[in-house]
Design a protein around this ligand. Structure first.
Ligand code: ADQ
Length: 456
């Protein structure tokens, strides 16, 4: 393949520290393989949009960024992307906000991205657009004469048809996806939902080989579950920072079992339900209380959106209430931490944890589940408790203890099961998951998608 142009909402340079989204971590690994450019918003605002590009090169990755206007950020990013599409695509129509102003700003920014990036695209380049911020970008590029191969990957779920139908722009938005040559999803389930909408609401026709046709445009659909950079993460788990973090965790645990949760502070991650499930466990098994504690690491995200402020307040209240009700002078049930950590430290913490709790209400994939698996000690691995509603369950379902996160009882049972699980069973389950995490890593993912794009 020739040069690869990746376009996503935000571009994050490889050497940035602190919490990085799963997307950022995955794309850096993928981009190093090809010469090419990663284009997106700088995260900065300007008085009025100029379209001037800021180039940067670090650790083998060239980035090109533009600044947006404050109104753009309000309507496109905080508005349509995070207050309309994100909740809707995570099945939360109760908090999704439908406003024409948001939809207009969203289209405007997609047009601005297209205007700015078109001059950077050479005839042989392959273009790969990422995620729900940029559904209409392919169409905008086509309108500007771009005839390159263009692929689109969706990192979040595709909602069921009848939920999507509540969005006023649902048909227009779905239609724009037919401007792409290939559209990728993490799971069969998300792909099915897309096909269901396109066929039944738009009248798209199915051809052999997962191809859909609409108004003379053909789009190939692929399932490509994203992975982590497994080799890198396994190495990180035995690095010096990881060993230090591991030792520190073990010492401060004073012989108790650690359960760990690591999530962006987001209502889709099921943190409230996780705390309630754990509370149920404490209630149901008083004799186990001081044998275990939960470390929940949750760096705040999207703080200017109200629903995120609400979930933050709710979790603070809940952690306080549970700790208030159960803590003793020598034990606190929940350590609730709101900061980001370097990957080595995170890997050491995962490795020290007897249980990894990954219980989103809905998640496109969930990379934390895979990182937890990759960080384990093969001789004494921990147990992954995983929500059936995470995309990752399709791949890790054989080894993980699957739960319905809406059920505090199931969560409580799963914690008990994991705590008492014999070593041999833990090893077998871990082995099954590790095989998948190793075979289907981020390079495999990229290859699977770009191969599909090559073939069309
Ligand atoms: P996210 O919703 O951001 O990604 P996830 O896949 O779990 O969710 O990735 C989170 C990443 O952030 C992980 O790599 C994790 O290590 C890191 N992280 C979280 N908390 C951290 C902390 N405190 N310190 C340091 N790092 C932290 C979206 C979709 C997912 C999908 C990915 C990739 O919502 O479903 O898996 O994109 O497609």
């Amino acid at each position: 393949m020739n040069r690869l142009i990746i376009i996503s909402n935000r571009v994050s340079a490889p050497n940035q520290s602190g919490a990085q989204g799963g997307l950022a971590v995955a794309l850096q690994a993928a981009l190093r393989e090809y010469r090419g450019i990663w284009f997106g918003w700088s995260g900065e605002t300007v008085e009025s949009f100029t379209g001037s590009i800021n180039f940067n090169r670090a650790e083998g990755v060239t980035t090109a960024t533009v600044d947006l206007e404050e109104q753009d950020v309000d309507e496109y990013y905080n508005g349509y992307a995070n207050r309309t599409l994100w909740p809707l695509f995570h099945y939360r129509i109760d908090i999704a906000e439908y406003e024409r102003g948001f939809a207009g700003g969203y289209q405007r920014v997609n047009d601005r991205f297209a205007d700015t990036v078109v001059p950077l695209i050479e005839p042989d380049d392959t273009v790969w657009v990422q995620d729900y911020h940029l559904f209409p970008l392919g169409d905008a590029l086509r309108q500007r004469g771009c005839r390159n191969k263009i692929g689109f990957f969706l990192h979040i779920p595709w909602p069921p048809r009848r939920l999507l139908a509540t969005l006023p722009e649902a048909a227009t938005l779905t239609r724009t996806l037919f401007a792409y040559d290939v559209v990728g999803f993490h799971t069969e389930e998300w792909l099915d939902s897309f096909r269901d909408y396109a066929r039944n609401e738009l009248g798209a026709v199915e051809e052999e080989g997962d191809v859909l046709c609409l108004d003379g445009r053909r789009v190939k659909l692929v399932v490509a579950p994203i992975g982590i950079d497994t080799a890198e993460f396994v190495a990180a788990a035995s690095s010096v920072p990881a060993r230090l973090a591991f030792r520190q965790m073990r010492q401060s645990a004073t012989g108790r079992d650690l359960m760990v949760g690591v999530d962006r502070l987001d209502y889709s991650k099921g943190l409230e339900e996780r705390f309630l499930g754990y509370e149920r466990f404490l209630n149901e098994y008083p004799e186990e209380r001081k044998e275990v504690f939960l470390l929940q690491i949750a760096p705040p995200s999207r703080g200017s959106v109200e629903s995120y402020q609400r979930i933050r307040t709710t979790l603070e209240g809940l952690a306080g209430r549970i700790n208030g009700a159960y803590a003793d002078v020598d034990w606190v049930p929940i350590r609730y931490v709101n900061q980001g950590y370097p990957r080595g430290v995170l890997a050491g913490i995962y490795r020290a944890a007897k249980i990894g709790l990954v219980t989103p209400l809905r998640d496109g994939m969930n990379l934390v589940a895979k990182e937890y698996v990759a960080a384990q000690d093969p001789a004494n691995p921990g147990v992954l408790i995983l929500s059936r509603f995470a995309g990752a369950a399709a791949q890790l379902g054989k080894g993980a203890v699957l739960v319905n996160p809406y059920s505090a009882e199931e969560m409580s049972d799963a914690i008990m099961l994991a705590l008492k699980m014999p070593l041999e069973e833990r090893q077998q389950r871990w082995q099954a998951m590790m095989e998948n995490v190793t075979a289907e890593d981020v390079l495999w993912w990229r290859q699977r998608f770009t191969d599909a794009l090559e073939e069309v």
